[in-house]
Design a binder for this molecule. Structure first.
Ligand code: ADP
Ligand code: MG
Length: 510
């Protein structure tokens, strides 16, 4: 007897429908065709054990399984379940009446229970698009998939549950997620009010958040750089539904959505260690998987101790940073992963860490401060708009009981400034925030009056700022003006922006 079941293959962050044909005939042997990888080929053993251990019957006949389309490689163990159900249906142990209405995915244990799969959300989206009535996935993935409206999602624990559903017994019990409810009360583990003092640093981070600017924090160990960076997501605008879906899809195919979790609702904060590989950072692998820059999509990528990263690793990040997407090419396919993130970097000012420290002596030899900075490639530095020097808060101030401003209050101002930018860039679909302005847009929206032009010129000369500082200063001024609700960039805005270019000064490190 020939039956068909349906599954999905993952391709980047999208799913593609896969049809699994199972034919049982006289004879013996098991044939699996249609470009399966090793994990799929090994499924026969798991399936046979699971079926028998649950008390069903495993047909010792000629079983031929064909997975189509044949030009897409099928990887992983998540096809166990649709193949097992196909074998059981073809041997008349499951009703075939509803089989064509469901996409089924799940990895089997030998005892017939199911393990979670990757990509439940993109699979659910695809199932809906293809007009399926429902999706059957392991219970741990059900809430994630149930985010998709108009699709009945069933979470199953064993093959028994799938048999019941396909026999029409549990059809009235799909998993539901109350979106309105789960969309509210986003809460964070940290808050900016935990940080004592550092008002000027918080201000700089507020500007970065408001204009989508990349930022680098420079300061001695223990000055609070990591603490401050971790709190960045708490002052960024809340995720929109579209952003949340996209970020969740990426985390879903990477297998990072927790059991019973639904959407990623807070902006991600990713902080890979400086020993990370190219592929770990930008994505890669035989079956391309998203890297850290994609896991940080719509959120923050925090590179702590930036000069410690291998230059080549940072180099591969440049193009994706520009394009906000990373393309991974393989012999037979090209996969895109979104990678629109805000870069927050941190570094010690020098190898010993104490250059410019208020009360500790720097023990580095002359020239080493500059050398240390030079480890970061120029083109990467070019993409960082704000340089912020962090000076540790004195001990007596750390014990101060008074709490600083809350993240919520800061976020409110950030959201307001972002609204102004949305309106300004409404006609430019690729531009959402000041940090993304092209040179033409800078000319158009960062016009300076006579006074401001003089201030900027003098500052460039006096501080010995490099030419690349010029555009950065204008963009940041624009954001400061937006936070101020000001149509024009005023001298105060400009003066503040000039402050955030420490590393461009020709006397830095001497
Ligand atoms: N301004 C501050 N307010 C409160 N705690 C602080 C502050 N600065 C530093 N700390 C404390 O010092 C610890 C070390 O800070 P950390 O962020 O790791 O420094 P860095 O990353 O610059 O080396 C923090 O976990 C925090 O407990
Ligand atoms: Mg740190």
């Amino acid at each position: 007897m020939l039956v068909k079941t349906f599954g999905c293959a993952l391709f980047g962050i999208e799913a593609i429908q896969v049809t699994i044909e199972v034919n049982i005939d006289r004879g013996i042997n098991f044939y699996l065709v249609g470009l399966p990888d090793n994990a799929v080929k090994e499924s026969q053993q798991r399936i046979q054990a699971a079926i028998i251990n649950l008390g069903y019957y495993y047909p010792h006949k000629k079983i031929v399984i064909n997975m189509a389309p044949a030009d897409i490689r099928k990887e992983g163990s998540a096809y166990d379940l649709p193949i097992a159900i196909g074998i059981m249906a073809a041997s008349e142990q499951v009703s075939t009446d509803l089989l064509e209405q469901f996409v089924i995915m799940g990895e089997l244990s030998l005892d017939g229970t199911l393990k979670p799969i990757k990509g439940a959300l993109p699979i659910a989206i695809k199932a809906k698009q293809e007009g399926f009535r429902g999706l059957i996935v392991p219970k741990a993935n059900a809430r994630e998939a149930a985010v998709v409206e108009g699709l009945d999602v069933y979470g199953v624990e064993t093959i028994h549950d799938v048999v019941s559903i396909l026999n029409g017994e549990l059809l009235n019990q799909p998993v539901t997620v109350d979106m309105a409810e789960s969309w509210q009360d986003v809460s964070f583990e940290f808050d900016f009010s935990d940080v004592k003092g550092q008002e000027n640093i918080k201000r700089a981070l507020e500007i970065a958040a408001a204009g989508g600017h990349n930022v680098i924090l420079i300061g001695p160990p223990g000055s609070g750089k990591t603490m401050l960076a971790k709190r960045m997501p708490t002052i960024l605008p809340p995720l929109t539904m579209a952003e949340a879906l996209e970020t969740t899809k990426i985390h879903s195919v990477a297998g990072l959505i927790g059991r019973n979790a639904t959407l990623v609702r807070t902006r991600p904060f990713r902080s890979p260690h400086h020993t990370i590989s190219d592929a770990g950072l930008v994505g890669g692998g035989t079956y391309p998987q998203p890297g850290e820059i994609s896991l940080a999509h719509n959120g923050v990528l925090f590179l702590d101790e930036l000069p410690e990263f291998k230059r080549t690793v940072l180099e591969v990040m440049r193009q994706p940073m520009e394009d906000r997407i990373v393309t991974i090419s393989r012999a037979k396919m090209t996969v895109d992963f979104p990678a629109s993130f805000m870069l927050v970097a941190a570094m010690n000012p020098c190898p010993c860490g104490y250059y410019n420290h208020p009360d500790k002596e720097c023990t580095c030899k002359p020239g080493m401060v500059q050398q240390y900075l030079n480890r970061i490639s120029g083109p990467l530095m070019d993409r960082i708009d704000l340089h912020v020097e962090v000076v540790p808060v004195a001990y007596k101030d750390l014990s101060d009981k008074q709490r600083g401003e809350s993240s919520a209050a800061v976020r409110e101002r950030v959201v307001k400034a972002r609204k102004i930018q949305e309106k300004r860039y409404a006609q430019y679909p690729a531009i959402h925030a000041n940090a993304q302005m092209t040179s033409q847009l800078i000319q158009k929206y960062c016009e300076l009056d006579e006074d401001c032009r003089t201030i900027l010129k003098n500052a460039m000369n006096r501080l010995g700022l490099s030419a690349r500082a010029y555009d950065r200063i204008l963009k940041v001024s624009r954001t400061i003006a937006d936070l101020d609700g000001s149509e024009n960039i005023q001298s105060g805005h400009l003066a503040e922006a000039i402050n955030y270019r420490s590393l461009d000064r020709d006397n830095w490190g001497s």
